[in-house]
Design a protein around this ligand. Structure first.
Ligand SMILES: [Zn+2]
Length: 92
C-alpha cells in the first residue's frame, strides 16, 4: 500500500524521495506561566466556589476538547512553492 502525500495548501501530490516538499511540525500550547496570585487574592477567594466554577465549565466538554485548549500538535506537508510563500509569513 503506497501512501500518497498532498500539499496542505494547494493539494498538489508530493512524491517522497524527490525533495520537492517540506514537512512542517506545529506545536502550540497555552501560556504555561502560572497566574500571579497575591496573598490578598488568596484571602478573598472562595476556593470551593472557584473549583465548582471550573468543574461546571469543564462539564459537557470532551477530554479531547479540553486538551485542544491547552495543547495542539500537528504535522503538515507543503510543496516547495507553498512552503516558500508560507515561511515568509507563517502567522499570516
Ligand atoms: Zn502547495
Amino acid at each position: 500500500m503506497e501512501s500518497h502525500l498532498f500539499c496542505h495548501r494547494c493539494g498538489a501530490e508530493l512524491t517522497p524521495g524527490e525533495g520537492n516538499f517540506y514537512v512542517v511540525r506545529i506545536e502550540a500550547f497555552a501560556d504555561p506561566t502560572p497566574p500571579k496570585i497575591s496573598q490578598e487574592d488568596l484571602e478573598d477567594i472562595d476556593i470551593n466556589a472557584e473549583i465548582e466554577k471550573i468543574i461546571e465549565q469543564a462539564r459537557g466538554m470532551s477530554q479531547a476538547e479540553l486538551m485542544d485548549q491547552v495543547y495542539r500538535k500537528m504535522t503538515i506537508y507543503l510543496c516547495a512553492r507553498c512552503y516558500a510563500d508560507w515561511i515568509e509569513n507563517p502567522a499570516g
